[in-house]
Each structure stands twice: as structure tokens, then as C-alpha cells.
Design a protein around this ligand. Structure first.
Ligand code: CP
Ligand code: NVA
Length: 330
């Protein structure tokens, strides 16, 4: 398998075999890291990390992974760079492509990361756009594989806003890996029809299935994985909170909902999560709407079934695999 020089913009561009290769590589790099074996064969190279939206996991995962591989990093954000204000995306991509061996981009429309990839002659990695979050997918798949020993045939249920980056990406990931994907949400939060049709096409080849339903309990029944995300994503206006709370509360992952799932089911969340009042936004929502928890209850989040922190750690191992594979580390 040779992925040297490839971009990583959405899992749509990767075959199931290539995804499995990246998961295997991540598992190997994880084991080496735990044993203290250095794999810093990319010494002398550098990568640029562009973040137009905030981040804890993705930024730290890229920085730690890069440093472990021997790479230098530069972190760029809109207030301290010319990106978008004084310099176009195409010009920025060509400038960075001349200095760095790879570029990560987190921001708004998918078309922006695609434009960077078009103009930069080096691998470009999508660190989250409105439409897709592909590096998160590798961490999620690795975590599920660690827990169940395989991916094919597992029942995966996503609760909540299924038409944004997480819902879209998880549907693609499950379709590619032959998993049974169910999204539960009000009809208006279903992923767009073209993407559903694309995933159904892939599903026919891999044995996956795609189900969209408004019935949360039916969706949870027999699931191996219950997954959710925040109700309002980065970059969305504050005035959508009220309708999101009203429409998505029936899809909150509670202990009762977990009881419909496989007794060995795991709870997953890309994080950050609103499961208590220990955040500024969580507190504001409590003051305005009286909610003490949102997409998941604190009880489920803190339960034995929750694997969210292992999932977060796996962001680093999987991002390391993407960098290593596309930069041709040996
Ligand atoms: N899951 C995730 O992408 O987290 P950050 O926003 O902290 O990077
Ligand atoms: N849907 C969330 C994912 C965060 C990792 C957002 O875009 O804010």
C-alpha cells in the first residue's frame, strides 16, 4: 500500500483497504509509542497547521504526532496570519506548499480545503470542515475495532444532527467498512439525499446498510455503538440553540436509551460534549433554558460503557498514521 503524496480530505476518497491500512498503521504506531519506540523518520520536514475554528484534540493530535515523527510544525490562525483577509486561499496554498511538506486545514466549507489541495503540491489533511471530519473517523473506527475486534457487521447508531460534519462522515465511514449505520433525528436533520445515495451505493458493495429514522428507541435497539455530537456546531449562529434544544432533546443519549442497545454497547462522542454545567456555554444554556445536560446525560458520559477518552487519545495515533503514510515515512 502506498499512500505517499495523497491528500486526506474525506473518507470518500479512500477505499476500505486503504482505510484498513491506515488503521493497522495507527495500531502499530500506538503500540510502538506505548513501548517507547521512536519512529522519528520524518526529521528535517515541516508541516503547517491552519485552524480557522478552535480545537483542543485535533490541534494537539497533529502537534504531538508531528513531533513524534520528527517533524517541525507551524500553527496558523486567522487573527495572526493573512489568510482570507489579505491573501486568497489559492495564494496561501502555493506559499505554504513551497515551504512545508504537508498542510492541515480546519475551517468552514469543504470547498476551501479542496482548493488548498488543488493549489498546494503537498499532501493536505482535512482537520474538520462543515461537511466532513475524516481524521475523527479513523480514531472512531480504531476505537470500535479495539473494543469489538472487527468492524464489519456491527450496528452503529448516531443520534442528533445527522446532516453536519459528524453525521455525514460517520455514514460514509460505516458504509465503507461494511457496518450497519442508523441515524436517528427529526427528518429535517437527515443527511442530504445525494450523500445518502452515494453511501447506499458503497453499502451494496460492502454489505453495509443505511437507515434513517425519527424513532430514537428503534434506532438504539440492538446497537453496538451509540454515538452523538453537540447540537450546535462551531460557526453556527447562537439563535439556533432554541430550536435545536426543542427538536433534538428526544435524541439525547440517556441510560434508558442505552438499555435498548446491545448489553455490550459502547457510548462514543467526538468531544467536546455538554454533559454537565462545567462549561461556559453549558452554564449559559442552563440559565436560558434550564437544561443541565444536553446531547448525553452525565450518567452515560461517565459510565463504564463510555469510551470517549480512549477515542480522544486515538485521534493522535490515527493522525500520526495519516501523516506518516502520506509523507512516506519508513
Ligand atoms: N473532536 C474534535 O475534533 O475535537 P477538537 O474540536 O477539540 O479538535
Ligand atoms: N459538529 C461539531 C464537531 C466538533 C468536533 C462541530 O463542528 O463543532
Amino acid at each position: 500500500m502506498n499512500l505517499k503524496g495523497r491528500d486526506f480530505l474525506t473518507l470518500k476518497d479512500y477505499t476500505p483497504e486503504e482505510i484498513t491500512y491506515l488503521l493497522d498503521l495507527a495500531a502499530d504506531l500506538k503500540e510502538k509509542k506505548k513501548k517507547g519506540i521512536l519512529v522519528d523518520t520524518l526529521r528535517g520536514k515541516n508541516i503547517a497547521l491552519i485552524f480557522e475554528k478552535t480545537s483542543t484534540r485535533t490541534r494537539c493530535a497533529f502537534e504531538v504526532a508531528a513531533h513524534d515523527l520528527g517533524l517541525g510544525t507551524t500553527y496558523l490562525e486567522p487573527t495572526t496570519s493573512q489568510i482570507g483577509k489579505k491573501e486568497s486561499i489559492a495564494d496561501t496554498a502555493r506559499v505554504l506548499g513551497g515551504m512545508y511538506e504537508g498542510i492541515e486545514y480546519r475551517g468552514y466549507g469543504q470547498e476551501i480545503v479542496e482548493e488548498i489541495a488543488k493549489y498546494a503540491d503537498v499532501p493536505v489533511w482535512n482537520g474538520l470542515t462543515n461537511e466532513y471530519h475524516p481524521t475523527q473517523m479513523l480514531a472512531d473506527l480504531l476505537t470500535i475495532r479495539e473494543k469489538f475486534g472487527h468492524l464489519k457487521g456491527l450496528h452503529f447508531t448516531y443520534m442528533g444532527d445527522a446532516r453536519y460534519n459528524m453525521g455525514n462522515s460517520l455514514m460514509v465511514a460505516c458504509a465503507k467498512m461494511g457496518m450497519h449505520f442508523t441515524a436517528a433525528a427529526p427528518n429535517s436533520y437527515f443527511p442530504n439525499k445525494d450523500l445518502v445515495a452515494y453511501c447506499e451505493g458503497i453499502a451494496k458493495e460492502t454489505g453495509a446498510t443505511i437507515t434513517l429514522t425519527e424513532d430514537a428507541k428503534e434506532a438504539a435497539r440492538g446497537a453496538d455503538v451509540l454515538y452523538t455530537d453537540v447540537w450546535v456546531s462551531m460557526g453556527e449562529p447562537d439563535d439556533v440553540w432554541e430550536s435545536r434544544i426543542k427538536e433534538l432533546t428526544p435524541y439525547r443519549i440517556t441510560k434508558e436509551l442505552m438499555s435498548f442497545a446491545n448489553p455490550k454497547a459502547i457510548f462514543m462522542h467526538c468531544l467536546p460534549a455538554f454533559h454537565d454545567l462545567k462549561t461556559k456555554i453549558g452554564e449559559e444554556i442552563y440559565r436560558k433554558f434550564g437544561l443541565t445536560e444536553m446531547e448525553v446525560t452525565d450518567e452515560v458520559f461517565e459510565s463504564e460503557q463510555s469510551v470517549v477518552f480512549e477515542e480522544a487519545e486515538n485521534r493522535m495515533h490515527t493522525i500520526k498514521a495519516v501523516i506518516a503514510a502520506t509523507l512516506g515515512a519508513r
